[in-house]
Design a protein around this ligand. Structure first.
Ligand code: HMG
Ligand code: MG
Length: 299
C-alpha cells in the first residue's frame, strides 16, 4: 500500500547544479538552499567535497557551508568520495555525508577513477572515520537500471553493491537511475533483488533521473513497494557530468503534485517551491524543465 508520509531528499543544490557549466555564484547557491528550507524541505543535499577539477561547479563547497545559515530541523548532507573529501567535509562541520558507489565497472572508472571492487577500499576508511566522528552516512548506487557503456545491469549486481554499502554502515542506500532508462517493472525487480540480498526496503531510497520521462511512474512503483524516501531536484535540474546521457532528476514539484493527489504528506509548500525554481531558472538563464513549474510558475 501507499504511505501516509514520504521524506523528500532534495538534491537540487548538488545533483541539480553539478552539471551546470557556468559557475553559479556561491551567494546564489546559499540563497537557493535558504529558499528550499523555507519551502519546507527538510533534507537538502548541499554540495560535494569531490575533486574540484572533476566538478568545478562545486569547488566552492567549503565556502558555501560557511555562508549557509542552517535552518532548525534541516539536514544538510554532502557527497564525499574519499578521505581527502571527508577531511574537507569535517572541516566544514557537516553531520551527514553520502558516499557514491557504482553498480558497474565502467562508471566506477569514469566517475571515481576506480573499479567496481576498488571503490569499496576507497569508501571503507571514509565510512569508518565518519561513523566514529558521529556522522550519518548515506550510500548511493549509480547505474542501477542500465549503464550507457555496459548496457543492461543485472539486479543481482545492484543488490550486491547495495548490500555491501549497508554492511559498511550506511543508514540508507539510494538506488540511482543515473541515465533515466528504467521503467516501473524494472523498479520492482531491483527492489526485489535488494530485499532478497537482505537489505530491508525501508533502508532504501530511490533516485530517478527523468531522461526518458519515467521518473514519476518509477517513483509510484517504489512507493507501492515500501520505499519511503524519494530523491528529487527542485525545478528538475540536474545530470551527471560523467554520464553524457543523464539529464535532470525527477522534479521536486512534479513529485509534490503527485503526492498531493495521492493524499501523501510531504511538508512542502508547493507555491514557495515553484517560486524558488522560477527564481533559480532566471539565474541559470533558461526555463525549468519541470512540467509542474511550467504549469504553475507562469514561466
Ligand atoms: P583521482 O584523480 O583518482 O584522485 O580522483 P587521487 O586520489 O589520485 O588524488 C589526486 C589529487 O587530487 C591529490 O592531490 C589529492 O589530494 C586530490 P595531489 O596530492 O596530487 O596534490 N584529491 C582531492 N582534492 C580535493 N577533494 C577531494 C580530493 N580527492 C583527491 N575529495 C576522485 C578520484 C574520487 C577524487 C575523483 O574521481 C572525483 O572527485 N570524482 C567525483 C566525480 C563526481 O563528483 N561525480 C558526480 C557525483 S556522482 C552522481 O552524480 C550520481 C548520483 O547523483 C546518483 C545517480 O544519479 O546515480 C550520486
Ligand atoms: Mg544523480
Amino acid at each position: 500500500g501507499l504511505p501516509e508520509h514520504v521524506t523528500i531528499y532534495e538534491v537540487g543544490a548538488r545533483d541539480g547544479l553539478q552539471n551546470e557549466s557556468a559557475i553559479v555564484p556561491v551567494e546564489v547557491k546559499a540563497e537557493f538552499l535558504h529558499r528550499l528550507a523555507a519551502a519546507g524541505l527538510r533534507v537538502l543535499e548541499a554540495t560535494s567535497f569531490v575533486h574540484p577539477k572533476w566538478v568545478p561547479q562545486l569547488a566552492d563547497a567549503g565556502d558555501l557551508l560557511r555562508l549557509l545559515v542552517r535552518a532548525d530541523g534541516v539536514d544538510y548532507p554532502v557527497l564525499v568520495p574519499n578521505e581527502r573529501g571527508l577531511d574537507r567535509a569535517l572541516d566544514a562541520g557537516v553531520s551527514h555525508i553520502a558516499i557514491f558507489a557504482s553498480a558497474t565497472d565502467t562508471f566506477a572508472q569514469r566517475n571515481l577513477n576506480s573499479t567496481l571492487d576498488a571503490q569499496f577500499a576507497m569508501f571503507e576508511p571514509v565510512v569508518e572515520r565518519a561513523l566514529e566522528a558521529g556522522l550519518r552516512v548515506r550510500g548511493y548506487v549509480s547505474m542501477c537500471f542500465g549503464d550507457p557503456w555496459e548496457g543492461a545491469v543485472a539486479p543481482e549486481q545492484v543488490a550486491a553493491v547495495t548490500r555491501r554499502l549497508a554492511g559498511m554502515g550506511c543508514h540508507q542506500i539510494s538506488l540511482g537511475d543515473t541515465i533515466g532508462t528504467g521503467t516501473p517493472g524494472h523498479v520492482d525487480a531491483v527492489l526485489d533483488a535488494c530485499v532478497a540480498a537482505g537489505v530491508p526496503v525501508r533502508q532504501l531510497a530511490v533516485h530517478f533521473h527523468d531522461t526518458y520521462g519515467q521518473a514519476l511512474a518509477n517513483t509510484l512503483a517504489a512507493l507501492r513497494r515500501g520505499v519511503r524516501t524519494v530523491d528529487a531536484s527542485a525545478g528538475g535540474l540536474g545530470g551527471c557530468p560523467y554520464a553524457e546521457s543523464a539529464t535532470g532528476n525527477l522534479a521536486t514539484e512534479d513529485l509534490v503534485w503527485m503526492l498531493d493527489g495521492l493524499g501523501i504528506g510531504h511538508g512542502v509548500d508547493l507555491d514557495a517551491l515553484v517560486a524558488t525554481s522560477v527564481w533559480m531558472a532566471e539565474k541559470l538563464g533558461r526555463p525549468s524543465p519541470s512540467r509542474v513549474v511550467r504549469a504553475l510558475g507562469g514561466a
